[in-house]
Design a protein around this ligand. Structure first.
Ligand SMILES: [Zn+2]
Length: 437
């Protein structure tokens, strides 16, 4: 913390608190003051890949006012003159209110929505401090994630900008239904996102929008971590998928589908779906359809990597159903992303964090590079691409005048070594500093 160096111990003590207390951190740099960020190296617009040196970002009212050559400004100056500065990162797929682990299966019986929101607030802070200034929660219970989103947006609690699907639209017995519990518990655990038949599925989409969904998340195929032996193939009928996509679009929402099996990915894209989460068994014909639709792929390689390792671990906490599907899907994902990227499919960064631990989101970068993306392309996936995927390309993902002041900094050069993004030393969101080491 540079701001404590020449001041009294009292101010030094307060400054030390700033790094540990989220409440104080919220007040560290009021959005109405002008801040001057001295960036040693700056990747302002990842779309161009151009890195400039010795730049000052002038921040006002939570936005980038201008970027000027050299180090200028007085007052609230942030010295990042030996850092590499880039836009805040975006994770298109997280589960902010929970995290896999021993005892996780019991949580759905014991947790109230309030418990989930409190837990989500803790994970949101960890995620923000890892440099992710915008994330999408795909599937968390609507009361918890909507409260969390609104609380963060109002500045009441610290966290990334949150987009929420406010639950999942899923077929009866499908990946998002109450699986692996006694029938007596199903009415308690089943949500109103569960549907069968086109009309019911239209209603399920409308219920999600009513609950506060920014985007619609559906489960087009079976999933790895649902405790059922129903496989990883298509679960909604073509008619249901068409009804879901049409209704969501009527209501101004894009639809993203959790999808592993080839048949489910195909049917969803043919129905006009906007993006695919996972995409595990994507084949060459589907890649052609994908490109024709201008759809986005969110490969969640970190989830594939995590479940394959957990399933192979002696004493794993996975159930036999989870273990079997993990071993089937996990090892496929890197190769899938490699083929999709080589063919020119648009990739948006997403980790499925909550499957893997929150705050480790940036581990996805190394996996994307293993799949053949250059470090710059991996950074683009987490900035300009993810912003466009969420139709926020005029708001976030770049640092140019008028854009949100969502800014992170690292010590190394992520375009040489993308793993430097696993340890950010500075995080600003909307002009407010949340981390400064
Ligand atoms: Zn997920």
């Amino acid at each position: 913390m540079s701001l404590s160096s020449k001041k009294s111990w009292v101010i030094g003590f307060a400054a030390a608190l700033l790094t540990t207390s989220p409440v104080l951190a919220l007040q560290a740099a009021p959005a109405s003051t002008v801040s001057y960020i001295h960036a040693g190296r700056l990747l302002a617009d990842p779309a161009t890949g151009r890195v400039t040196e010795r730049q000052t970002l002038v921040i006002e009212n939570g936005r980038v006012r201008e970027i000027v050559d050299g180090f200028v400004g007085e007052g609230h100056v942030v010295d990042l003159s030996n850092q590499f500065v880039l836009p805040g990162m975006i994770d298109s797929h997280v589960h902010i209110t929970n995290q896999q682990g021993e005892g996780n299966r019991v949580a759905r019986f014991t947790n109230t929505a309030a418990d989930s929101a409190v837990q989500g607030a803790a994970y949101a802070l960890v995620t923000l401090k890892a440099g992710f200034t915008t994330v999408a929660d795909l599937g968390g219970s609507s009361d918890a994630v909507v409260a969390l989103r609104n609380g963060i947006a109002a500045g009441k609690i610290p966290g990334p900008r949150l987009l929420v699907s406010a639950g999942t639209v899923t077929p009866h017995g499908g990946h998002g239904d109450a699986n692996g519990v006694s029938s007596a518990m199903v009415p308690v655990l089943r949500t109103n996102g569960v549907c069968s038949g086109a009309d019911e599925c239209r209603r399920a989409v409308r219920e999600r929008v009513r609950s506060g969904a920014d985007i619609i998340k559906i489960t087009a195929t079976g999933g790895v971590l649902s405790d059922t032996g129903a496989g990883l193939g298509q679960q909604f009928s073509d008619e249901e998928l068409a009804a879901i996509v049409e209704t969501a679009h009527f209501m101004g929402r894009t639809v993203t589908a959790h999808a592993h099996g080839t048949d489910g990915i195909n049917s969803f894209l043919r129905a006009g779906g906007d993006s695919i989460e996972h995409g595990t068994f994507l084949d060459d014909e589907l890649i052609r359809i994908f490109k024709g639709n201008n759809g986005w792929l969110v490969p969640t390689l970190l989830a594939g990597d995590y479940v394959a390792r957990e399933a192979a671990r002696p004493g794993t906490f996975f159930t036999p159903n989870q273990r079997q599907k993990s071993l089937e899907a996990g090892p496929q994902m890197l190769d899938m992303a490699r083929r999709a990227h080589r063919a020119g499919v648009q990739i948006a960064f997403g980790t499925d964090s909550g499957v893997s631990p929150h705050g480790e989101n940036a581990k996805e970068f190394a996996l994307l590079v293993q799949a053949g993306l250059t470090p710059l392309q991996a950074v683009q996936a987490a900035t300009v691409n993810a912003a466009t995927h969420f139709k926020l390309q005029n708001e976030i993902g770049r640092l140019t005048p008028g854009y949100a002041a969502d800014i992170v900094a690292v010590s190394g050069n992520p375009l040489d070594d993308v793993t430097t993004l696993e340890k950010v030393g500075f995080v600003m969101k909307g002009g407010v500093v949340y981390l400064q080491e």
